[in-house]
Ligand binder design. Structure first.
Ligand code: KIV
Length: 271
């Protein structure tokens, strides 16, 4: 299993870090069988697993429940748990309570969004033994403040601010940083100018690693197809096709046939 030191080592070797979101036990068992480096139990689960409109609906309790399920399934993977909306913008003791809940559910690190107002808290977490992953660029918890889901850092001023934020997060002690929906040249510049690993999503090829949402990369989410998502299979068609085959076979009596039924002999044996 990776540890936080490996993120820096991989950056310096040019060995790309691979991350995927994961929210449940069954998927975690599958991810655990792959070569993926690490898992993000993202607050995107509010949308992918619970059908909410935005990640603003994620709660610490939801995050802990899903983190615990993932940690039972993916025993060999480094797991980052998202701190949900406002859970780290309260009194220190409340913020620490949220972090403790996520870490004790099985996360090896937490991720939080934004820089302004978080730096002191990040330092406190790092000093308390909690590895922190930053997240800048498009920060979905700020969707209402940002006026929608838009590429960030497009103007010179905004790009300069993001570079400063990245440096401030490194300085505060983050071990890695998610760059979401920023122009590829800016992501490259940030990656070159900071010493910690950058993990991109919609940030081009020159970050130190990539993260995608599980449902997006497997083509399970038919409603959401932004430019940066590559689907590695057509999961929605495969799953609905399999379910419709089941319906058809049940209706036509093809399933269950003798191979899937207990004969008298088997009943006698099991009795
Ligand atoms: O919650 C999430 O899925 C994320 C990724 C998009 C980075 O934060």
């Amino acid at each position: 299993m990776l540890n936080i030191l490996d993120f820096g080592k991989k950056k310096h070797k040019g060995d790309k870090i691979t991350m995927v979101t994961c929210y449940d036990y069954t998927s975690a068992v599958l991810v655990n069988r792959t070569a993926l480096d690490c898992i993000l139990v993202g607050d995107s689960l509010a949308m992918t697993m619970h059908g909410f409109e935005t990640t603003v609906s994620a709660t610490t309790e939801m995050m802990a429940l899903h983190t615990a399920a993932v940690s039972r399934g993916a025993k060999d993977k480094f797991i980052v748990g998202d701190l949900p909306f406002l859970s780290y913008r309260k009194a220190l003791s409340d913020n620490m309570e949220a972090v403790q809940t996520i870490m004790q559910a099985g996360a090896h690190a937490v991720k939080l969004e934004g820089t302004s107002g978080n730096v002191g808290f990040i330092r406190h977490l790092v000093d308390s033994g909690v590895p922190v992953m930053g997240h800048i660029g498009l920060t979905p918890q700020f969707v209402h403040q940002l006026g929608g889901y838009r590429v960030q850092g497009k103007t010179g001023k905004a790009a300069k601010q993001l570079l400063q934020d990245a440096k401030a997060l490194e300085e505060a002690g983050c071990f890695a940083l998610v760059l979401e929906c920023v122009p590829a040249p800016l992501a490259k510049k940030i990656t070159e100018e900071i010493g910690i690993a950058t993990i991109g999503i919609g940030a081009g090829a020159d970050t130190d690693g990539q993260v995608l949402v599980f449902q997006d990369l497997l083509g399970l989410n038919t409603d959401f197809r932004p430019k940066f998502v590559k689907q590695y299979m057509d999961g929605a068609d495969l799953v609905t096709g399999a379910l419709d085959s089941y319906v058809e076979e049940v209706k036509t009596g093809v399933f269950p046939d003798a191979a899937y039924s207990f004969g008298a002999e088997k009943v006698a044996q099991t009795a």
